[in-house]
Design a protein around this ligand. Structure first.
Ligand code: FAD
Length: 407
C-alpha cells in the first residue's frame, strides 16, 4: 500500500466470526471499514454473555476447535485472542452411560478397523447423495464411533448427513495427526478469544463499528438500515456476512439452506467442576447428553442435531441432562444446581448431501457485493473455521487483494 489511505469504504454487515474476520482482514489491508451489526454485541452464534441465573459469564454453546482449524487459530493470533485458547491433549475420552464402558480416541487409535476407517474417510470415493449411515450404518463401530462423531462434527444425524463432507473432515483430521486433532478450548470464554479482541483490533485501525443496526434492504447503490440509509460511493464495496436465513431475505434467489439445532445446558456447581482423570471434556453415548465440558465451577452439556428436543421444556431438559451427568461430576443427581438451558434453533446448516452440494460461493449478481458466512461452499461444515475462512475470502475478493492473510 502507498502512504495515503484509500477513500473507498468496505461495509461489512454482520459481526459474527465471518464478518469480524472480513473486517479485520480489510482493515489490515489498508481499507476504511464500517461494520454494521443488528445485535447489541459482536460474535453472532459464537458469543459469551453474563447469565444472571448462574451469576457467571457463559458461552451460548461450548465450542471446540481443533489444530486443523488453521484460519481460526491464525485469526485468534492476529487479533491477540489466542492466549485465551487452551490447547489440551489430543485425547477424546468416551463413556457409555448405559453400560459404563469407557474408551479413548486418539490420533492413530480410533477403535475401528483399518477398512472401516478408510470407508469413513470417503475413500476411494463416495457415491452422490450417500449419507453417513448409508455408508457406515452396518459397520461394527457405527454406534460407538461414527454416529457420535458425525453428530458432533456435522450437527446432523447420520441418517441425513453427507458421507462426502464427513469423509473430507476425517481425512483432514486423521492425516494431520496429533497437530490437527489437538483440541482448543476458549478457557476465558468465546468472546474473550474472538469478538472482544477483534473489535479492539478494528478500533486500532479506526474502523467504524455500529451495533443495533439491522440491514433491511440492499438498494441500487445504497444500504438501507432500520436507522437510516447509507449511500455507497462509486468505489465502495459491501460484504454481507449474515446467516443464510437473513441473507435470503435480502437477496432473493439464494438456495434454501435448512438448519439444525444445538442445545446446551450450563450448570453452576458449588465446587470447581472436575472430570475423572482431570479431563476437560467427555463424550457420552447411551443417554441424552452427548458432551460434557468443565470450566471453573461451570459444567456444560451439549447435544447436537437436537431438533427433536426443541419442544421439550427447559426445566425438563435441565433435569434429564443433570441425571445423565451429575454422578460424573461428583454431585447428587437428585439436587439440581442453578442451570441455564440455551436452545440454538438454527445453530448450523443441516449438512445433508443436497445442502452441501448447494452451498453458494461468495460472488453475487451485484457487482459491488459479496457473501461470507459459515454456510459458504467450503471443505468444512459450519464451524468457526469455515466462517473465518469465508470472511477472509470475501475480503480478498471485495478489495481485490488476494495476498491478505492472518499470518
Ligand atoms: C451452540 C453452538 C455450538 C457450536 N459449536 C461449535 C464448535 O464446537 N466448533 C465450531 O467450530 N463451531 C461451532 N458452532 C458453529 C459456529 O458458531 C458458527 O459456524 C459460526 O459462529 C458462524 O459464524 P458466522 O459469522 O458465519 O454467522 P453468525 O454467527 O450467525 O453471524 C452473523 C451475524 O449477522 C448478524 N445479523 C443477522 N441479520 C442481520 C441484519 N439484517 N443486519 C445486520 N446484522 C445482522 C447476526 O446478529 C450475527 O451477529 C456452534 C454453533 C452453535 C450455535
Amino acid at each position: 500500500m502507498t502512504g495515503t489511505l484509500p477513500q473507498q469504504t468496505l461495509h461489512v454487515v454482520g459481526a459474527g466470526m465471518a464478518g469480524l474476520a472480513c473486517a479485520v482482514a480489510a482493515a489490515r489491508g489498508g481499507w476504511r471499514v464500517a461494520l454494521h451489526e443488528a445485535a447489541p454485541q459482536a460474535g453472532g452464534r459464537c458469543r459469551s454473555f453474563r447469565c444472571d441465573r448462574l451469576d457467571r459469564m457463559i458461552d451460548n454453546g461450548t465450542h471446540l476447535m481443533l489444530g486443523a482449524n488453521r484460519h481460526a487459530l491464525a485469526f485468534a493470533t492476529a487479533i491477540g485472542g489466542h492466549e485465551t485458547l487452551e490447547a489440551v491433549a489430543p485425547l477424546f475420552p468416551f463413556l457409555d452411560l448405559a453400560s459404563g464402558r469407557q474408551w479413548v480416541l486418539s490420533p492413530g487409535k480410533l477403535t475401528s478397523g483399518v477398512w472401516e476407517t478408510v470407508a469413513a474417510m470417503g475413500l476411494p470415493w463416495v457415491p452422490a447423495g450417500q449419507s453417513v449411515a448409508g455408508r457406515l450404518g452396518g459397520k461394527r463401530s457405527f454406534a460407538a464411533l461414527w454416529q457420535p462423531l458425525c453428530e458432533a462434527m456435522l450437527n446432523t444425524q447420520a441418517e441425513d448427513a453427507s458421507a462426502k463432507l464427513f469423509g473430507c473432515v476425517l481425512r483432514e483430521l486423521l492425516m494431520g495427526g496429533k497437530t490437527a486433532m489437538r483440541p482448543f478450548i476458549a478457557q476465558g470464554g468465546l468472546s474473550a478469544a474472538f469478538a472482544a479482541p477483534a473489535i479492539a483490533t478494528l478500533g486500532s485501525y479506526g474502523a467504524q463499528v455500529n451495533f443495533r443496526r439491522r440491514l433491511v434492504a440492499v438498494g441500487d447503490r445504497s444500504l438501507e438500515f432500520d436507522d437510516g440509509t447509507i449511500a455507497l460511493g462509486p468505489h465502495d464495496r459491501v460484504v454481507l456476512a449474515l446467516p443464510p436465513w437473513a441473507a435470503s431475505e435480502l437477496l432473493p434467489g439464494l438456495p434454501p439452506m435448512p438448519t439444525r439445532a444445538i442445545v446446551n445446558a450450563h450448570y453452576r456447581l458449588n465446587h470447581p467442576a472436575e472430570l475423572p482423570g482431570g479431563q476437560r471434556f467427555l463424550g457420552l453415548i447411551g443417554g441424552m447428553a452427548q458432551w460434557l465440558f468443565v470450566r471453573d465451577d461451570v459444567a456444560s452439556v451439549t447435544i447436537s442435531a437436537a431438533d427433536r428436543l426443541l419442544d421439550m421444556s427447559t426445566d425438563d431438559l435441565a433435569a434429564t441432562l443433570w441425571r445423565d451427568v451429575a454422578a460424573l461430576l461428583g454431585a447428587d443427581p437428585a439436587r439440581l444446581p442453578p442451570c441455564r438451558v440455551i436452545k440454538e434453533r438454527r445453530a448450523t446448516l443441516a449438512h445433508t448431501p443436497e445442502v452441501v452440494e448447494n452451498r453458494p460461493g461468495p460472488a453475487t449478481k451485484i457487482p459491488f457485493l459479496w457473501l461470507a458466512g459459515d454456510w459458504m461452499a467450503s471443505p468444512w461444515p459450519c464451524t468457526i473455521e469455515a466462517a473465518i475462512a469465508s470472511g477472509l475470502t470475501a475480503a480478498r475478493l471485495a478489495i481485490g487483494r488476494d495476498d491478505l492473510s492472518f499470518a
